[in-house]
Design a protein around this ligand. Sequence first.
Ligand code: HEC
Length: 205
Amino acid sequence: MKKALIAAAMFVFAGPAYAQTAATPIDPAVLDAAVKAAWKELTPEMQKRVEQDETQKICSETRNNPSKAQFDAIVAREKATIQYPPDGKMLGDWEKGKKSAGDGFGWRMRDDMEKRQAGGNCYACHQMEPKEITYGTLGPSLVGYGKLRDFKEEAVKAAYEKIYNAHAVFPCSNMPRLGTNKFLSIDQIKDVTAFLMSPDSPVNK
Ligand code: HEC
């Protein structure tokens, strides 16, 4: 019994190279070549999307564990990309935000972006309205998000900023930078912010 356990442990520790551990990282050149081979004939716009920017490079190189200096540099760089509504009002229309939160249209290979705007697709990763039972769990539950923050003005601004650029708040987040990468417009971000932060929204009922 003991022998078998030790043998099993040895297998784990002396594990084969396909296990992506800190000791056996995948060579970035191999990874780049695989991405290039997988995504052929991309439009220049799509091509830009498969090349890592500075923030993504640091997150990959440090396995999402940036040093303090890198963390601060990412926050500063990403924060600088956030654009605010010209009138300073960050709460839009929660009903539109609700639609957007459940809408996965946008930037898939066959989505015609001339047709209409992308959705926010928040439900792919978050629980939001308690009544909705279809949601992903990659991100935390956002049920009662505004209510739990007493609908405070700073909290509305923080939610807007988080949605605009998740890395500006939490570097190396798994959440997409929806505003910075132009998935959502300022108005659309105001609408999903209202879905989270408005007292009338079903998220807070
Ligand atoms: C691909 C998955 C993914 C999508 C899509 C996504 N998020 Fe997130 N989100 C996350 C993850 C993971 C976190 C936790 C890490 C972090 O804070 O960045 C998070 C965190 C958050 C937070 C902060 C939660 C806290 O603890 O205070 C808010 C607010 C949020 N998301 C709102 C949204 C909204 C609104 C949308 C849609 C417009 C959205 N997210 C889309 C993955 C996602």
